[in-house]
Design a protein around this ligand. Structure first.
Ligand SMILES: Nc1nc2c(ncn2[C@@H]2O[C@H](COP(=O)(O)OP(=O)(O)OP(=O)(O)O)[C@@H](O)[C@H]2O)c(=O)[nH]1
Ligand SMILES: [Mg+2]
Ligand SMILES: [Zn+2]
Length: 332
C-alpha cells in the first residue's frame, strides 16, 4: 500500500501526492462510516484509487480546514480592503488557540504611502514577538522576505477574501493560481479561491492556498479562557482580586490597572471575544452539558486540552508529562 499526502479535495475526490506523483482517490466506505473528517494535509495509505487509512495528524485547524502545518501566515491588506485590527486579532488568537506559530504579513504595500500604519503595526505586534513583513504582490516589494519565510516548512495563508493570498503565492512561485480579476474589484463578498490546496515549492517547502473567511467567532471557548489567547493581558491575571476575573468591570482587576501598557485595540478585541464566549457558556448551560476548559496554559504555551476520557489512555504514553498537571474539570 502506498503512502501520500492529500493536497486537494474536490467534493468526493481526494488528490494525493506520493513521491512526487499525483493520484486521484475516493474514500473507502469503512472510513466514511467512522465519520472522521479528512483534511487537506492529511497523510493517508491508499491503494487502487481508494484511501484505506488515515495516518495520525500532528495538528489541524478547522478553518480553513488543513492538517499537519508548521505555521500560519496571517495576511492582511493595508488597503482594499482596509486594515482591520479586530479581524487581525481574531486570526492571531485563533492561531494561538491551536498552538501554531503565526507570522503577520501586510500586503498591498504599494497602495499606502502612509508610514503610520507600519509604525502602528510594529508598535503593537513586535513586542508580542511576531515576525512582521510588508509585501506587495503587485510590485514585488518584500516578496523575497515572504519566500524566505516559507523555506523548509509547510505554511498556510490565512486571511479575508481579496487581501492577496493567491497573488502573493503566484508572485513567488511563478504559478498562475486564480486571483480576482481587476474588473471584479468592486464585487463584494466574492471568493476567488474556493478550496484549500497545498502547493509544493520544493522538496521541503509547501504553502497552502485557502479561501478567504472573516466570520470567525470565539463561540467555542469559555470566557475565563479568552485571556489565555492574549499573553499581554493574561500575565496580570494572577494579580487580579478575583480568580474568575474577566478584566472588564470587576473591582481589583490588575489588567485594568495596567491598561496603559496594553494596546487599546487588543484590549477591545479581548472584550469582544469574551462577549462571544459568554454566548457559548450560556448555550452550554442551557444544554446542561458539563464542559471542560478546552485548552490550558503550560509554561507559557497554550495547549489544547485532552478530554478526560482520552486523558486516561494517554497516561501510559509520553504525552503524560505534557498533561500531568491538567486542572480539574471546571464547571462554571
Ligand atoms: N495593488 C495591489 N493589488 C493586489 C496586491 N495583491 C493582490 N492584489 C489584487 O487584489 C485582488 C485580490 O487578490 P487575490 O490574490 O485574488 O486575493 P485572495 O486573498 O486570494 O482572495 P480569495 O481567494 O477570495 O480569498 C486582485 O485583484 C489582485 O490583483 C498587491 O500587493 N497590490
Ligand atoms: Mg485566493
Ligand atoms: Zn482582572
Amino acid at each position: 500500500m502506498a503512502k501520500g499526502q492529500i493536497f486537494k479535495i474536490h467534493s468526493d475526490f481526494y488528490y494525493i501526492n506520493s513521491d512526487g506523483k499525483e493520484y486521484e482517490c475516493k474514500l473507502r466506505e469503512v472510513i466514511k462510516k467512522t465519520k472522521q473528517s479528512v483534511f487537506v494535509g492529511d497523510f493517508v495509505e491508499f491503494d487502487n484509487g481508494a484511501i484505506e487509512k488515515l495516518l495520525p495528524r500532528k495538528n489541524y485547524i478547522p478553518r480553513p480546514s488543513v492538517a499537519n502545518i508548521d505555521r500560519i501566515i496571517i495576511i492582511s491588506a493595508v488597503k482594499e480592503p482596509e486594515l482591520n485590527f479586530s479581524q487581525l486579532n481574531r486570526y492571531i488568537a485563533f492561531a494561538k488557540y491551536h498552538n501554531i506559530e503565526a507570522v503577520l504579513c501586510f500586503n498591498k504595500n504599494d497602495l499606502s504611502s502612509d508610514d503610520s500604519t507600519i509604525e502602528k503595526v510594529f508598535s503593537i505586534y513586535e513586542p508580542l514577538g511576531y515576525d512582521i513583513i510588508f509585501t506587495s504582490a503587485l510590485d514585488g516589494f518584500g516578496t523575497d522576505d515572504f519566500k524566505e519565510l516559507l523555506e523548509g516548512k509547510t505554511s498556510v495563508v490565512c486571511g479575508a477574501s481579496g487581501v492577496g493570498k493567491s497573488s502573493l503565492i503566484n508572485s513567488i512561485s511563478g504559478l498562475n493560481l486564480r486571483t480576482k480579476e481587476v474588473s471584479d474589484k468592486t464585487q463584494r463578498g466574492t471568493h476567488t479561491t474556493r478550496h484549500c490546496e497545498i502547493i509544493s515549492l520544493n522538496k521541503n517547502t509547501r504553502i497552502v492556498d485557502t479561501p478567504g473567511f472573516s466570520n470567525l467567532k470565539f463561540d467555542f471557548i469559555l470566557p475565563i479562557d479568552v485571556d489565555k489567547l492574549f499573553p499581554e493581558i493574561n500575565k496580570y491575571r494572577e494579580y487580579c482580586k478575583f480568580q474568575d476575573c474577566l478584566h472588564d468591570t470587576e473591582s481589583g482587576c490588575a489588567v485594568k490597572e495596567h491598561l496603559d501598557l496594553i494596546a487599546p485595540s487588543r484590549y477591545q478585541s479581548y472584550l469582544e471575544f469574551v462577549e462571544e464566549a459568554k454566548i457559548y457558556k450560556e448555550k452550554v448551560k442551557f444544554q446542561g452539558k458539563k464542559v471542560e476548559s478546552t485548552h490550558k496554559q503550560h509554561n507559557n504555551e497554550i495547549a489544547v486540552k485532552i478530554s478526560s476520557r482520552k486523558r486516561q489512555s494517554a497516561r501510559n504514553t509520553l504525552k503524560q508529562n505534557l498533561y500531568k498537571d491538567i486542572d480539574d474539570e471546571r464547571i462554571d
